[in-house]
Design a protein around this ligand. Structure first.
Ligand code: CTP
Length: 407
């Protein structure tokens, strides 16, 4: 799979460093070679000896090592690789990368490289969620740095959440993706096409601390974005607040309210396919309070004046000059699923409605499975229950077919 590709692996400080030993083995088993730089903190978790034994190559640790500098030099070390992989990538090394710092061999190699860089973050959930870390990630993404993970789960520190390093086989897969040539990409059915997807709930403020929301998790929309990327599409995901990781290769535009989702979506037109998987709030509070609302006395109950939000799907479907070739809506219904979906198809002016039953006991909203019915002017297709990713993969393939793209 890796056909002699040279990976420069940077191991920074973190308990997940032990998984990097397995990653080295996987890279080698798949035909790649690995040179390694271990940072000073990384050395607290794995030793140069164990890394050298597994990689069968010299391990570098020191920027000012005279022998290393005369033999190879840090510039050459970073340039002779086909790809640099930082795993685990601590919050600290990402902060240094985002700011162009070069305080040790690892960060100097990262600054000197002319190759792609793939990072596998690993840190405590609070460190991951910290605004500074998120800012650095945004900067790195804008700089073209690629990411794999992090995953959600139990952490070595006892907490639970996003921040666990991706598993070695997922990192290996991401490494493989980095070497996909443009030729491969060009053979994909949606290469050169733009797919625009809305996902997640919207939050409509009542006051600075309260909002109206719904139970959407965003999983179906994110799964669709992953499927669109896999088919080679330029994929833009306009998403309300979710706790999901950004699908690799997709462009994420985070929003909170329906109005923001409307603006971002309209600004992304034209597109070839637009899929509206978001559960957009139909109403917003007309005059959200600037300050937290207080109870004036024990009988005080505020009344909220609601107004309708713009209908993003209907507006895009009716667009005179920039209507996407395929406009796909979702219909989350709790009763008369098919009849309501048919009415919605006509009312919204879209090409397809993906109907699903989100009534009591269905577990669709927030769950991992979905049972859908594809409603179009040609009739109704019922699909069996599948995981949301399977639904997404099959649905994207179906849309490729509808688009009439040569596969
Ligand atoms: N939708 C949208 N903008 C809105 C409301 C809905 O883009 N303001 C999209 C949703 O993303 C979905 C489709 O329209 O693809 C149907 O959403 P749904 O909430 O089922 O439809 P509503 O028009 O809100 O109809 P109702 O709530 O009356 O069933």
């Amino acid at each position: 799979m890796l056909n002699g590709k040279k990976i420069l692996l940077i191991i920074s400080g973190g308990i997940a460093a032990y998984k990097s030993l397995l990653l080295i083995r996987l890279i080698k088993q798949n035909g790649g070679s690995v040179q390694t730089i271990i940072t000073r903190s990384g050395e607290q978790f794995v030793t140069p000896l164990s890394v050298a034994s597994l990689s069968g190559e010299k391990v570098f640790t020191d920027l000012f090592d005279l022998t290393d500098e005369t033999e190879i030099g840090h510039i050459e070390l970073s340039r002779s690789a086909d790809l640099i992989v930082v795993a685990p990538a601590s919050a600290d090394i990402m902060a240094q990368m985002a700011n162009g710092l070069a305080s040790d061999l690892a960060t100097t190699a990262l600054l000197a490289t002319d190759k792609s860089v793939l990072v596998a973050p690993a840190m405590n959930v609070r460190m991951w969620e910290n605004a500074a870390t998120q800012r650095n990630i945004e900067t790195l993404k804008n700089d073209g740095v690629l990411f794999v993970g992090p995953d959600e789960g139990a952490m070595a520190c006892g907490e639970f959440g996003l921040g666990r390093m991706a598993e070695p086989d997922a990192i290996l897969e991401a490494i493989g993706d980095c070497f996909e040539t443009d030729g491969d990409l060009q053979n994909k059915p949606l290469f050169g096409k733009k797919v625009l997807i809305t996902a997640g709930p919207t939050h409509e403020p009542i006051d600075p601390v309260r909002y109206i929301a719904n139970r959407s998790s965003g999983k179906q929309g994110y799964a669709l974005a992953k499927a669109a990327v896999a088919l080679g599409a330029h994929t833009v995901l306009v998403s309300g607040p979710t706790s999901l990781p950004i699908p690799e290769g997709a462009e994420l535009l985070p929003v909170e309210t329906a109005n923001e989702m409307f603006d971002e979506t309209m600004a992304e037109l034209p597109a070839d396919i637009a899929i509206f998987a978001a559960a957009v709030a139909d109403f917003r509070v007309e005059n959200a309070a600037d300050q937290k609302m207080k109870k004036k006395n024990k009988d005080d109950v505020p009344s909220l004046e609601l107004v309708q939000n713009p209908d993003i799907l209907a507006t895009v479907a009716a667009h005179k000059s920039k209507r996407p070739t395929l406009v796909v809506g979702f219909a989350a219904e709790t009763e008369n699923v098919i009849e309501n979906a048919k009415l919605k198809l006509a009312r919204k002016g879209c090409d397809l409605i993906i109907a699903n039953d989100v009534g009591h006991g269905s577990d669709v909203m927030g769950g991992s499975e979905n049972t859908i019915h594809i409603v179009s002017k040609n009739g109704v297709e019922d699909w069996p229950q599948m995981s949301k990713q399977e639904v997404a993969d099959k649905l994207m393939a179906y849309l490729v077919d509808q688009l009439g793209v040569e596969v």
